[in-house]
Design a protein around this ligand. Structure first.
Ligand SMILES: [Zn+2]
Length: 66
């Protein structure tokens, strides 16, 4: 009989960079997903930047249309 260890040893993978999370310090992001602390920080910075760009573009659009 071949026994697979897939179920007994769940490998946690960072959902941002896709690498094994066990060696690093895993953190939960806002949605309860396991990610690296460093990746989470990067993503938060990216989200903040994207949000600011979105606001900036919105202000351009509203300025043009107004
Ligand atoms: Zn990561």
């Amino acid at each position: 009989m071949l026994a697979t260890k897939l179920q007994s040893t769940p490998v946690k993978v960072c959902l941002i960079c896709g690498t094994n999370i066990l060696l690093d310090h895993p953190v939960m992001d806002g949605r309860g997903l396991c990610v690296h602390a460093s990746c989470h920080e990067k993503q938060m910075l990216l989200n903040a930047a994207a949000q600011q760009i979105g606001l900036w573009r919105q202000s351009l659009v509203t300025r043009k249309s107004a």
